[in-house]
Design a protein. Structure first.
Length: 149
């Protein structure tokens, strides 16, 4: 029995440090390959926007910088990759004069959310979208947007 315990202890002396090294390397790699979004890094009480459910290919951003949520002009599609509105910080943003069909693109990182809301204070959500997603939406009933982690 004593020899068996000695073998287990010897094995653990190798396995535990190896396991811990693998965990630390995995954590470091995830930080390198999946950094915190600028929105999460710059948490703020500003005002914010919305996006959708089709995941674009890597590098596919239509002029919407990484870390932002973007709205494109009414009935203009991607508008030559020029969004009309860009939102960077978490918070609630009131929308003004945004009616009809618009492309929206949630290009935030870390799976941050965008909520399209029917009131002026970021409540009464008509839809929520995780990042990175885009959608074509009718913004007529939407009065505010909310960006959250």
């Amino acid at each position: 029995m004593n020899a068996h315990i000695q073998r287990v202890r010897s094995a653990l002396k190798v396995v535990v440090p190896t396991f811990m090294t693998i965990c630390l390397l995995s954590l470091a790699a995830s930080y390198f390959f999946f950094p915190v979004s600028p929105a999460r890094a710059a948490l703020s009480s500003d005002k914010v926007a919305s996006a959708s459910l089709i995941t674009p290919a890597p590098g596919f951003n239509h002029g919407c910088p990484v870390g932002y949520f973007c709205i494109y002009p009414q009935d203009k599609g991607w508008n030559g990759d020029r969004p009309s509105l860009k939102y960077y910080r978490y918070g609630v943003y009131q929308l003004h004069n945004q009616v009809g069909t618009h492309y929206i693109f949630n290009n935030q990182t870390s799976r941050a959310w965008v909520w399209l809301c029917t009131d002026w204070n970021g409540n009464n959500s008509a839809g929520r979208y995780s990042s990175p997603d885009y959608e074509v939406v009718n913004l007529t009933p939407i009065n505010s947007i909310r960006l959250t982690p």
